[in-house]
Design a binder for this molecule. Structure first.
Ligand code: CA
Length: 198
């Protein structure tokens, strides 16, 4: 009786060990595959941002009054200098716009904006002009996205989702943070930089 029982029990133990080993191998392979998939998808989603070159900027108005000492042309939103700005004319506030012509279809993944203007040597100048408060971005596909801008002169990052591949982006100012004085207030934006994820 015992001679029959012992081999059977040993066989069951061996089978159980084999099953356990196969179970562990299967689960390990499954977990490894899942980690690889997650890592790959993360790597794609977190691709490096590359700056998009803007060929031309136009605007609803140009508040330049002294072109030699104080130019405020639309292209000054893309000169890489946070101390220079585009300014609208004084009567062009809500509804004013900037159009950034890229020249080739690009998917826009991120936009960095420096709102308002603090010129070199004038640290208290920020509130003397209007700043953008609510803006709408308009793309070639006709879609629009609304963003609220904070009232400071540091970089603000926007993450558009509706642009698709577009050759241009129009930034329309819908609401402003009003200037604290009535002395030549313009709407001012210092920099707008576009990025595409590679
Ligand atoms: Ca600038």
């Amino acid at each position: 009786m015992n001679t029959f029982f012992i081999p059977t029990l040993n066989c069951r133990i061996a089978c159980l060990r084999k099953f356990k080993t196969q179970f562990l191998i299967r689960n390990f392979c499954g977990a490894a595959a899942l980690i690889l998939i997650l890592f790959a998808s993360h790597a794609v989603a977190a691709g490096e941002l590359k700056q998009v070159i803007v060929k031309e900027v136009t605007a609803s108005s140009d508040g330049t009054q002294n072109p030699k000492d104080w130019p405020h042309h639309p292209a000054m939103t893309k000169d890489g200098n946070s101390k220079t700005c585009w300014a609208s004319s004084t009567n062009d506030t809500a509804g004013a716009w900037l159009k950034f012509n890229i020249g080739a279809k690009v998917k826009i993944d991120q936009i960095q904006i420096i709102n308002g203007w603090i010129p070199e040597g004038y640290p208290d100048f920020f509130t003397k002009n209007h700043r953008a408060k609510k803006i709408t971005l308009i793309y070639d596909n006709g879609k629009e996205e609304v963003f609220q801008l904070q009232d400071h002169n540091n970089i603000q990052t926007l993450s558009p989702t509706l642009a698709g591949e577009t050759k241009s982006v129009t930034l329309r100012i819908d609401e402003i943070h009003p200037a604290s004085t009535g002395d030549e207030p313009w709407v001012t934006i210092s920099e707008v930089t576009f990025f595409s994820r590679e």
